[in-house]
Design a protein around this ligand. Sequence first.
Ligand code: ZN
Length: 219
Amino acid sequence: MIEQLREAVCGLHAELVRYNLVAWTAGNVSGRVPGEDLFVIKPSGVSYDDLTPASMVVCDLDGNVVEGEHAPSSDTAAHAYVYRHMPEVGGVVHTHSTYASAWAARGEPIPCVLTAMADEFGGEIPIGPFALIGGDDIGRGIVEVLSGHRSPAVLMQNHGVFTIGGSAKAAVKAAVMCEDVARTVHVSRQLGEPLPIKQDDVDRLYDRYQNVYGQRSSR
Ligand SMILES: [Zn+2]
């Protein structure tokens, strides 16, 4: 099980590169080991080209290394905090993707002005508190904002994006979609004030997309 997850989490890092969400070694993906109090995360400071399944690090839910030759990502404490406090979460992603981080730098939530946003995020993409790395402040901010929120993405003020999902792949998808809508809404703003979508319609779009859209087996 852990070997499969090492491979999956390693492979998902290539998606961050493919969708242009990361620069240098910034950004990371983790996945919870099903049925165990463990998760697999990217090693710290290793180039994306050099990541291998064997270089992934296995940590316990306090962020201690259980298995692996490398030090884990410097964001490990934040991932661990999320896994400890949100048992439904199976994957966490962090990026400094350009447009989403530009909203984060302004401390402004991304308003729900696209049907694709209503589908994926069920409303606006919220802002989390300013928090310094080290300790539990980032993790606490993520959990406080996303608990009970439809959005699987939070923009941590002056920092970047954290996304959660039922799996590592779902969290990566949320990171890709977050950057996509952050860019489109930003461009729209350059042209004038985007039109809001009525809450009723947001609710209907979200419900349809989450429950009806796509292939049943892939959800
Ligand atoms: Zn960061």
